[in-house]
Design a binder for this molecule. Structure first.
Ligand code: EPU
Length: 453
């Protein structure tokens, strides 16, 4: 995401220990897989616990433009009726707003035997290749080419096959699952991603009548239901609609947990699956935090300065790359030197330059950030360069001395629902600044809040 897209700003007066309870919503990366999955059915599905974030809105915009009817029976549920789905080429502009538009490849290929969807967008955090997705589709019998920025897929029939992923990829695992559901015969994905949202998707697909086993392990088997039709492509969805509630967002939970430690607060994070938080909980305990777990909530307390720790991101159940940036912000004030290595995304340190403006002492060498903890950060004007970089800067602002203005907050809203209200509810002093260029409003950087007001 470039600086040109920055509009919104948030002012934070740091130094307030966060206190109280906060409720986590449904998982973004599950929602953006389940929404396209619903298009594999012949009838409507209802998905509950859907976060109100702009990535979900963008997805709804894409599928609505393709003839799908989407209603919101409640603020956090979606009824998706794919009866009117037509195989059209969605607008490149919307497709480029988010990464997960790539799930339309698997879905449209399975439904129509043909798909043309522009290359996806998403956060600028590394190269983000798609070779494993294409390898999977080709193994199922599809032709796959990229022409003029558009992914073009074609298959007369899809036939299940063994597929060994060269790298553990969440996106490729999910895309192959989506396509393989309607294929003829069995697909076996080896070296599959084990993330809980892969399991969430498998549960939804199975409720729709698919036959997926092994999700959550590194071997996922999909018995295609296309066998009855000889694997030939059907133009109506072959699965049935189903009802499903999305699992909690572990990265949203991790962000609040990290912020609680960073501000030396006492926060209960509700509506979580504590097992999914194990890598975060373990690391925060190493910093000296006191963490109590109880099934669907965690209480995070911190007294004093955190200790430096080393972090290496890895596919689940390793430390999630999506929590690396907030964690780096926290470690910038830890006692000692921390080494944070991102093995998943090679360019996920754009937040570091902004942390330096706040007085952090961090050097990035290749995929590793070497963080010499400073006593405290001081507020400054900083810019979110991507979604989790924005979350990292909020954490930094919450612990810094004085006022921080985080610009580009709309990038954070791609993945966090009501982040501003949720932090405020925990006692943080935040104020939304008018967009630059708004008539009659002062430029964002000129607004000052008084500490303690
Ligand atoms: N990779 C390949 N070839 C491929 C696909 C991936 O080499 O065809 C490599 C990537 O370069 C990366 C690794 O495999 O090094 C993992 O990539 P993965 O495919 O798992 O990532 P993704 O599907 O593009 C999803 C999330 C990301 C999250 C990663 C890793 C969605 C929409 N996005 O991306 O979420 O970082 O998995 O867990 O589910 C975020 O929420 O902030 C975010 C960036």
């Amino acid at each position: 995401m470039g600086r040109h897209s920055l509009v919104g700003g948030l002012s934070i007066v740091g130094g307030v220990p966060l206190q109280g309870r906060v409720r986590v919503g449904g998982r973004k990366n599950s929602a953006v897989a389940l929404i396209p999955a619903a298009l594999l059915a012949a009838g409507p599905s209802t998905i509950d616990n859907v976060p109100r974030i702009s990535d979900v809105d963008s997805y709804i915009e894409i599928i609505t433009s393709m003839g799908v009817t989407v209603d919101r029976p409640t603020p956090h549920s979606l009824r998706i009726d794919p009866t009117g789905l037509i195989n059209s080429v969605p607008s490149t502009e919307v497709v480029r707003r988010l990464r997960a538009s790539y799930y339309l490849w698997g879905v449209l290929l399975a439904r129509f035997g043909e798909a043309e969807v522009g290359m996806p967008g998403g956060c600028d955090i590394g190269q983000r290749p798609i070779d494993q997705h294409l390898k999977g589709f080709r193994a199922l019998g599809a032709e796959a080419v990229i022409e003029h920025g558009v992914v073009k897929l074609k298959a007369r029939r899809l036939v299940g096959a063994p597929i060994y992923l060269d790298v553990v990829s969440v996106g490729a695992t999910i895309n192959i699952m989506l396509a393989a559901c309607l294929a003829e015969g069995t697909t076996v994905i080896e070296n599959a991603a084990k993330e809980p949202h892969v399991v969430d998707l498998a549960n939804f697909l199975n409720a729709m009548g698919a036959r997926v086993v092994g999700a959550g392990t590194d071997v996922v088997k999909i018995k295609g239901i296309g066998s009855g039709s000889g694997g030939r492509i059907r133009s109506t969805g072959a699965l049935r609609g189903a009802d499903h509630a999305i699992i909690p967002d572990e990265i949203e939970a991790a962000t609040f947990m990290v912020a609680a430690v960073a501000t030396r607060g006492d926060v209960v994070v509700e509506n979580v699956i504590t097992k999914h938080l194990d890598p975060i909980t373990a690391k925060l305990r190493e910093t000296g935090a006191d963490i109590e777990e109880n099934g669907d909530w965690v209480r995070v307390r911190m007294a004093g300065r955190p200790k430096a720790v080393n972090v290496k991101t890895a596919a689940y159940p390793g430390f999630p790359t999506d929590a690396q940036q907030p964690m780096t912000a926290l470690l910038s004030t830890a006692e000692g030197t921390s080494m944070v290595t991102d093995t998943i995304w090679e360019a996920r340190f754009k937040h570091v330059g902004e942390l330096l403006r706040m007085g952090a002492d961090i050097k990035v060498e290749g995929r590793t950030a070497i963080i010499n903890g400073v006593e405290r950060l001081s507020g400054a004007e900083v810019e979110a360069t991507d979604l989790r970089a924005g979350a990292a800067l909020l954490v930094a602002g919450l612990m810094a001395e004085g006022e921080t203005v985080v610009k580009g907050i709309e990038l954070v809203e791609r993945g966090y629902e009501g982040i501003e209200q949720k932090f405020r509810q925990l006692g943080a002093q935040l104020e939304r600044l008018p967009d630059e260029g708004d008539e009659g409003s002062a430029p964002a950087q000129l607004r000052v809040l008084k500490s303690g007001s």
